[in-house]
Design a protein around this ligand. Structure first.
Ligand SMILES: [Zn+2]
Length: 136
């Protein structure tokens, strides 16, 4: 599974090969969540659009210009919902269009939510995925 997007007339392709890793907040790994699920979610999403964000860490390619002690990345984020620490659904998938966090929570199908940030180096195209618990 690949995900392609264009930003500033440059094409980026997110694949297995240029992913630097999936980083969970603390040791809080989510069962059943894989890179394939994340790339598939990006493909299914109807309004995925990356935007510029700045972070203090420099990419390993060492080519980003430093701007106010930070470095430019392209980022997009969405949410995933879990039950007992296991992946259930993400907010980009087709299946989510007819439901909501509150509905699924009310039915006891999910009990927690996480923000998934996909962060791409605009120079070399290497990307990282950060997963942090968040409240909806
Ligand atoms: Zn880079």
């Amino acid at each position: 599974m690949d995900y392609k997007f264009v930003y500033d007339n440059k094409e980026y392709v997110l694949t297995d090969n240029n992913c630097d890793g999936i980083f969970f907040e603390g040791e809080n790994e989510i069962t059943g969540l894989s890179l394939d699920i994340i790339l598939n979610a990006l493909n299914e999403g109807e309004e995925v659009s990356f935007s510029t964000e700045y972070y203090g860490d420099k990419c390993a390619c060492n080519t980003q210009e430093q701007i106010n002690k930070s470095y430019r990345y392209l980022e997009y984020h969405f949410y995933i919902y879990t039950k007992d620490n296991e992946y259930v659904i993400d907010t980009l998938c087709n299946e989510y269009r007819n439901t909501s966090f509150n509905k699924l929570f009310g039915l006891g199908k999910i009990d927690d939510s996480y923000i998934v940030s996909v962060t791409v180096c605009p120079n070399c195209g290497i990307y990282s995925i950060y997963i942090d618990q968040c409240t909806v």
